[in-house]
Design a binder for this molecule. Structure first.
Ligand SMILES: [Zn+2]
Ligand SMILES: [Zn+2]
Length: 417
């Protein structure tokens, strides 16, 4: 199909669907979108709360807990031990599909009753790390969000495979670093941005394989530099004594001085390395990935963000997090071995062939289910045989198209929204 310009149902602005986009939609058997990419992103992110945490009670054991859901949400919220326990069964909430009401109304009713976990993540892999969210494999970590495989780290987001780092964002495989953004494979790199393979670096930007640098920008394979000027080791160490780095006032002044210094130098048009044919920002080791932000080892993806863990292939409109994900469309916080997953959120670990699912793990062939684990062939949390499921799903999709949900603003929701 040739490229086409459409009007977004939501913002009424025009947006373009390219020939390659149509191919993708055809391949995963979804209709082309009726909302523009920006509105689709806003719609996805509206369902996401990483770091606003609330005091409330677990609706199963009654304990006071910290949760990402306020106590006034319509559905029950269980603490992590309860939600992973055998004391409840999500199939208790299962119901027949009703061909007289619209799909989205029925799915909303189910969302109002099925219990949800207080936090999101593989809590069994959190050791002494209970105040984190959207995380796995943490040890002695505190207030980390969207972060995995860390030890002794705190106050950060998008922190991966790091140790002893505080106040950090978009950090991968780092150690003993503080107050830095977008640093990779670095050690003792403080108040710095966009650095890779660095050691003992302060107030610097875009350095690669540098050590003992202070207030520098755009350097490669250098050591003992202050504001891009070379020094001997002895003089460098002497010069550094002039800065009282234990003083918050001095740190604040240095941050200002360094950011003004950076402005004198050219900046690369994209944060990225080892890419072929990509557009967006913070893209690494990727190929044919477009309009995407923060992606690593992604291929043939568009309109994606926060694909933090490799690899992601053939995905559109996917916000977080990758880790062997393929054929994903309109998904939020799903990953770790997923394939053919659409219109779903918070589905993690070996999930495939699912549509409109929330909080489902290690499952396949699910349609409009919530909170299922190790299940298959379920619709609206009701168990079917494979044969029944395969007959019923196409009928429901047809019904979604013939009796769409229309909201108060006149926006129409068929299969594919
Ligand atoms: Zn729009
Ligand atoms: Zn509980």
């Amino acid at each position: 199909m040739e490229a086409e310009v459409k009007i977004c149902q939501n913002c009424k602005q025009s947006f373009r669907i390219e020939e390659a986009d149509f191919k993708f939609y055809g391949k995963i058997k979804v209709p082309p979108p009726t909302w523009c990419p920006e509105c689709r992103l806003v719609r996805r992110l509206a369902a996401l709360n990483h770091n606003s945490l609330y005091h409330r009670q677990c609706n199963l054991c009654g304990k006071n807990i910290i949760a990402m859901y306020h106590s006034n949400v319509s559905f029950p919220v269980y603490c992590m031990p309860c939600v992973w326990s055998d004391r409840w069964n999500p199939l208790w909430y299962g119901r027949e599909y009703n061909f007289v009401a619209s799909f989205f109304q029925q799915f909303q009713v189910l969302q109002n009753v099925v219990p949800r976990g207080a936090m999101m993540g593989l809590y069994q892999t959190w050791i002494n790390s209970e105040y984190n969210n959207f995380a796995q494999d943490l040890k002695n970590c505190y207030l980390l969000f969207n972060s995995d495989y860390n030890e002794n780290c705190a106050y950060g987001s998008e922190v991966e495979r790091s140790k002893d780092c505080f106040d950090i964002m978009m950090v991968d495989s780092c150690e003993l670093s503080y107050f830095s953004v977008d640093i990779v494979k670095s050690y003792a790199t403080h108040f710095s941005i966009d650095c890779e393979g660095c050691q003992n670096v302060w107030f610097s930007k875009n350095l690669t394989n540098c050590s003992n640098c202070f207030g520098c920008i755009n350097l490669r394979n250098k050591q003992y530099y202050i504001f891009n000027k070379a020094y001997t080791k002895e003089i460098y160490l002497e010069e550094l004594k002039n800065f009282d780095l234990g003083s918050a006032k001095v740190i604040g002044e240095m941050l200002k001085t360094a950011s003004l210094f950076y402005l004198k130098f050219p900046h690369k048009f994209i944060h990225g390395r080892h890419n072929v044919n990509v557009s967006g920002d913070y893209i690494y080791h990727s190929k044919n990935t477009h309009d995407s932000y923060i992606a690593t080892e992604s291929e043939n993806c568009r309109y994606c963000m926060w694909l933090l863990i490799k690899t992601t292939k053939e995905c559109y409109d996917y916000s977080q997090f990758g880790e062997n994900a393929q054929n994903v469309y309109e998904a939020l916080v799903c990953g770790k071995g997923i394939n053919n997953l659409k219109f779903s959120a918070f589905c993690v670990a070996d999930v495939f062939d699912v549509d409109y699912c929330i909080d489902c793990d290690a499952s396949h062939h699910l349609f409009a289910c919530i909170g299922l684990r190790n299940k298959s062939y379920c619709i609206l949390n009701k168990q079917y045989t494979k044969e029944e499921y395969e007959k019923l799903v196409p009928r429901i999709i047809e019904h979604m198209n013939s009796m769409p949900y229309v909201d108060s603003k006149g926006r129409v929701y068929r299969y594919g929204e």
